[in-house]
Design a protein around this ligand. Structure first.
Ligand SMILES: Nc1nc(=O)c2c([nH]1)NC[C@@H]1CN(c3ccc(C(=O)N[C@@H](CCC(=O)O)C(=O)O)cc3)CN21
Ligand SMILES: CC(C)C(=O)C(=O)O
Ligand SMILES: [Mg+2]
Length: 289
């Protein structure tokens, strides 16, 4: 690919892809494609609000996903299933308005695209127009190929999602690794068909590392793993998992890079203690006559 580098490596810039560099340009799909061709791995994070988007954008995260995982990470549902288009669009809009460089991908929620390619197009169009998204993501294998084709033809970039697809957890019988044994070939085939249909990238969730490596090798588009081993072109995590904000037992594929839950909890306790003791607010935080 002859596309320019995603970071500020052009004339007049330092060529330093340092986190927060102001020379960063908007990441576009050809940049992701070029990174695959150069063998450069990258990270995707979810984001659901302004500050997360601002921070990850400035940190040089090239793609932000407004996941339907907002269902269990923002709205307090147990799973992603109940979350609606009307609940997700304002979050996508907030992230898109805050992200200066990152490509913003909107997850299409359960029930908003499986009915027909036409339904998928109507939903995706809302995410692009009202949510200001740059691309959409949807779950499924060969059954969603006609939808991927229609969206792509309509000018809407599509990120595919195979392996464990959380919107189908009841049909799949729970949170289980997909693509083991005989089903590996089906997964590879599905991935190939999604690429052929026009998908610009593909998430693989809870897939054996060897199978994900096979898909990454045969596909020309970037693969994004979550519980899919180290050979994917990119990785994705839910940000509250990555930053240790979420409590409880995390899935095996999660690595915590911070302990925000403790940081916030300590801050809240210290604030409440100060208020109880009468040491906050002090003169510095008060207004005098
Ligand atoms: N916070 C959060 N993180 C996620 O990764 C995530 C969401 N939410 N919501 C949407 C989906 C649901 N996902 C999940 C949720 C749970 C497991 C889980 O419990 N995994 C266990 C069992 C695996 C097994 O049985 O083999 C694990 O230990 O990995 C996996 C993926 C991934 N997505
Ligand atoms: C975990 C990622 C891939 C996702 O689909 C989401 O956050 O909804
Ligand atoms: Mg999702």
């Amino acid at each position: 690919m002859s596309e320019q580098a995603p970071y500020g490596t052009g004339p007049g810039t330092s060529g330093d892809p340092a986190p927060g560099a102001t020379a960063l340009k908007r990441i576009r799909i050809p940049h992701l494609q070029a990174m695959k061709e150069r063998g450069e791995r990258w990270a995707m994070l979810t984001a659901y609000d302004q500050y997360a988007a601002e921070i990850f954008d400035a940190a040089g995260i090239p793609v932000l996903l407004v996941g339907d995982s907002a269902g269990n990470n923002v709205y307090g549902y147990e799973t992603t299933l109940p979350v609606t288009v009307d609940e997700l669009i304002p979050l996508v809009r907030a992230v898109a308005r805050a992200a200066r460089h990152s490509l913003v991908v909107a997850d299409l929620p359960f029930g908003s695209y499986q009915g027909s390619p036409q339904q998928a197009l109507e939903t995706a169009t809302r995410f692009m127009k009202e949510g200001l998204a740059h691309a959409v993501k949807l779950e499924g294998g060969k059954h969603v190929v006609p939808a991927v084709e229609l969206l792509t033809q309509a000018g809407i970039p599509v990120m595919a999602h195979v392996g464990f697809t959380p919107q189908s957890e009841h049909a799949l019988g729970g949170y289980r690794v997909q693509g083991r044994g005989d089903s590996a070939d089906t997964l590879v085939q599905d991935a190939c068909e999604l690429e052929k249909a026009g998908a610009f990238s593909i998430v693989m969730e809870m897939v054996p590392a060897e199978v994900a490596a096979r898909v990454t090798e045969v596909l020309h588009i970037p693969t994004i793993g979550i519980g899919a081993g180290a050979e994917c072109d990119a990785q994705v995590l839910v940000w509250q998992d990555m930053a240790g904000l979420r409590g409880g037992k995390a899935p095996r594929f999660v690595k915590r890079y911070a302990d925000l839950r403790t940081v916030l909890s300590d801050a809240a306790r210290a604030y409440a203690d100060d208020v109880a003791k009468g040491t906050f607010p002090d003169a510095e935080h008060s207004f005098q006559h």
